[in-house]
Ligand binder design. Structure first.
Ligand SMILES: O=C[C@H](O)COP(=O)(O)O
Length: 295
């Protein structure tokens, strides 16, 4: 995407964001609506939006297959609850998940493109992605080249994302903005718009590997960008807060922001995903009214 096209695209959106004002608007939205969404129905919906994630150095084929089998067992153990939306793993485990997974409708998501830094030659990132898809991945999560972005090389950012989108073929691609490494609200808005024009099917807050992961303010900015992009192009883009979703209230916070900014059209497990390694047990314990450690 050439620089003039990028500037033309960005020129269609309000980029004049003020961090204090974003914080104020996010707080006002949550003060008004969070409590009303702390219901069993919302919590059950959120269970179905989870991207059940294991991205550990200690992961192995065996541990990933056992992790996947828990998803198989969950269906029998909790027939009244929706199954998780995806299992999200490193790309070398796509085949292990595919081999072990027995639940129709659960997608195989792989982080790829030299996660979590994105710091590799494009040839390496493309190869890793193509191999993951060949092994069974149906969704790919990549990290935006944050260094290029912070240097203002928006054309380079768009090119990288477009090349990775091409490598994804039919697999849906999520672009992680790593919002905790961006400087301010304006950066998050620009990164959101740029990623969507460059080919993102979803925009995702964080890898979960940096100091600052998902925040309500970043979610608010990204959802506003998704809304404005939809109004401008008619194209629906998904949203995935990820990293540090450590309480049920955290999850309902993101649900509330999506509901108030994007509306009912996004409140499905196709368009709202939660990238998390801990939430499933927390939601289960809340729904069951006792501590549950299933996954
Ligand atoms: O995309 C998923 C995140 O890496 C999960 O982060 P978490 O372990 O803080 O839930």
């Amino acid at each position: 995407m050439e620089t003039n096209k990028i500037q033309e695209a960005l020129g269609k959106y309000n980029l004049d964001l003020n961090d204090a004002q974003v914080a104020e608007e996010t707080k006002a939205l949550l003060d008004a609506h969070l409590e009303e969404n702390m219901t069993p129905e919302v919590k059950k919906f959120l269970m179905g939006s989870i991207e059940l994630t294991t991205l550990k150095t200690t992961d192995s084929d065996r541990s990933v297959m056992e992790f996947t089998d828990k998803v198989n067992q969950f269906d029998d153990a909790y027939p009244d609850l929706p199954h998780v939306a995806t299992i999200c793993v490193y790309p070398c485990f796509a085949e292990a998940v595919k081999e072990a997974l027995r639940v129709p409708g659960v997608e195989i998501a792989c982080v790829s493109g030299s996660f979590p830094s994105s710091q590799a030659r494009m040839e390496v990132k493309i190869a890793e992605t193509s191999l993951a898809i060949a092994d069974g991945a149906t969704e790919i999560d990549i990290v935006m080249p944050v260094g290029k972005f912070l240097e203002g090389d928006y054309e380079g950012v768009a090119e990288d994302i477009a090349e990775m989108k091409n490598a994804c073929g039919d697999a849906a691609m999520k672009v992680i903005l790593e919002t905790g490494d961006l400087r301010d609200s304006k950066d998050i808005k620009i990164a959101s718009i740029l990623s969507m024009y460059a080919g993102a099917d979803y925009i995702k807050t964080s890898t979960g590997k940096e100091k600052v992961s998902a925040t309500p303010e970043a979610a608010y900015i990204m959802c506003r960008a998704i809304k404005e992009y939809y109004d401008e192009t008619g194209i629906q883009i998904g949203f995935k807060p990820a990293g540090g979703i450590n309480t049920v209230a955290d999850a309902v916070t993101y649900y509330t922001i999506v509901k108030e900014v994007l509306g009912e059209k996004w409140l499905t497990n196709k368009w709202l995903r939660l990238g998390t390694s801990r939430l499933a047990n927390l939601l289960l314990s809340d729904i069951e009214g006792k501590e549950v450690k299933f996954f």
